[in-house]
Design a protein around this ligand. Structure first.
Ligand SMILES: Nc1ncnc2c1ncn2[C@@H]1O[C@H](COP(=O)(O)OP(=O)(O)OP(=O)(O)O)[C@@H](O)[C@H]1O
Ligand SMILES: [Mg+2]
Length: 456
């Protein structure tokens, strides 16, 4: 039909739209809450599992059960809360536990987006609960404020542990909490600290995750104040803060006053062995196999990011199942990289996507990949020296790359540090997008190359 454009179809009046909708076999079951058999449209995509995680029993293939398990085995969009799926991090966890238990310090965990901070605090919480700590987990938001956050924390601490109340007191018996002792006026760090100083017979961990999201300067100041107050009084309450930051001072303002009272840890990239453990955990959970070359490709592309490892394994697993295999091969990982690139592109503004594509075509692919790899390795502003350290490139070439990419609007000058000129990518997601695009073009799937790259 010449000149036909479905997007130019005249919009129906609301009444006509309603009439049309009520005639539709798709809408009726939704409205009535039950399915009208026989009148269902064929060929439309369906959910494979019900809301209660049961197989829907329709449209499944012989891999439906594996597919359902795969969703749980690799979770790129969710932190890990299940110990069986938590890979590596033994030393990190051990160090955090020692500093909480032996030194009674407060803990600050920081690091790049998706490096595994929340997963780490979930597993830490479980270990603390096992040791009978009371653990209060809070995920901060833009509007977090001291009063609300710590009132909620107080509500999780039973009055039973307040030294001023006997276990048989009426209040303790009816299950009251510290929150019942708080005054109606806004809570101050001093008031909350006073209350914590009276705790006995228990220890409390208050976890403030996503701390970087809290926008209020006074919230951050009050938290620092509370850490000081609790430390001075040998309180039985310790704080764990976690958030995105390139360095500690970026995450916690007013740090000089509390530096001695905190243990700070930058959550590191995963080692190759840890990424391989993510693959192995998922294999076990989902009853699926990654052949050695496919695992090696995941390690090469993920570059120590648990998020990328989960994303690639998730996509590659589904690609293999769609092909009728329960074994993942390098070609599936290559396809997974392509899917990931499309997802990352969508997160970067269109003009920048176009500029990246243009530079890839203009022979700047390698330069961009080198800069991206440096940024992914060090997390934070990069210098030419970081590029030299991260890849096989001379200092002169690294300087040239920095100049070119700055002129092309991909890098921008950042605050200098360590006597070096430092640069950041103009968009947060760019290093990952560039690195994955590079991977898509270069790791198409040559197993020997992937193997050589991981030294296996
Ligand atoms: N130890 C681990 N083992 C397996 N997968 C992990 C591990 N740590 C993190 N992941 C995975 O990495 C991804 C990011 O994890 P998480 O949400 O914990 O990171 P984060 O640092 O809190 O991220 P954000 O900065 O966005 O808050 C998730 O897909 C999670 O499943
Ligand atoms: Mg997190």
């Amino acid at each position: 039909m010449a000149g036909w454009n479905p997007f130019k179809r005249k919009a129906p009046t609301p009444k006509a739209a309603l009439a049309e909708a009520s005639d539709s076999a798709v809408v009726k079951p939704l409205v009535r809450g039950n399915a009208r058999r026989g009148a269902e449209p064929v060929g439309l995509p369906r959910f494979n599992t019900t809301a209660s995680d049961q197989m829907s029993g329709r449209g499944g293939d012989r891999f439906s059960a594996v597919r359902a398990k795969l969703r749980h085995a690799f979770t790129p969009s969710q932190p890990i809360a299940d110990r069986r799926l938590f890979a590596g991090r033994d030393d990190v966890l051990k160090t955090i536990i020692r500093s909480i238990e032996d030194q009674r310090l407060h803990v600050v965990l920081y690091g790049e987006r998706g490096i595994g901070k929340t997963s780490l605090v979930h597993i830490l919480s479980q270990a603390a609960v096992e040791a009978r700590y009371i653990v209060v987990y809070t995920s901060c938001g833009a509007n977090s404020n001291f009063d609300e956050t710590f009132r909620a924390a107080a509500a999780d601490i039973p009055l039973l542990f307040h030294s001023g109340f006997s276990p048989t007191a009426a209040e303790t018996e009816k299950g009251s909490s510290l929150a019942d002792l708080l005054p109606p006026e806004p809570l101050s760090p001093r008031k909350f600290g006073d209350l914590c100083a009276k705790l006995t017979g228990t220890r409390v961990l208050i976890i403030l995750d996503e701390f970087d999201r809290a926008e209020s300067g006074s919230f951050r100041r009050d938290v620092a104040e509370l850490i000081k107050n609790l430390s001075d009084r040998l309180g039985r309450v310790q704080l764990v803060l976690a958030g995105v930051a390139a360095d500690l001072t970026e995450l916690v303002e007013h740090i000089p006053s509390i530096r001695r009272n905190i243990f700070s840890l930058r959550v590191p990239k995963m080692t190759e062995a840890e990424v391989l453990q993510i693959v192995a955990n998922g294999e076990r959970e989902a009853d699926i196999k990654f052949d050695a070359d496919a695992s090696a490709s995941v390690v090469t592309v993920a570059r120590g990011s648990p998020y990328l490892a989960n994303l690639l394994c998730h996509h590659a697993g589904h690609v293999a199942l769609d092909e009728g295999r329960a074994t993942v091969i390098p070609a599936d990982v290559a396809e997974a990289v392509g899917q990931a690139v499309r997802e990352f592109e969508a997160r970067v503004p269109t003009p920048i996507q176009a500029q990246v594509r243009r530079l890839f075509e203009k022979g700047q692919a390698e330069s961009m990949a080198l800069a991206a790899r440096a940024a992914l390795s060090i997390d934070g502003p990069i210098s030419a020296a970081d590029m030299v350290a991260a890849g096989e490139v001379t200092a002169r070439k690294a300087e040239e790359i920095v100049e070119t990419l700055t002129a092309e609007g991909i890098l921008k000058r950042s605050q200098d540090g360590d006597g070096e000129r430092r640069f950041t990518f103009v968009e947060e997601g760019l290093p990952t997008l560039i690195w994955m695009t590079w991977a898509q073009r270069n790791f198409q799937p040559d197993p020997r190359q992937a193997r050589a790259a991981t030294g296996s």
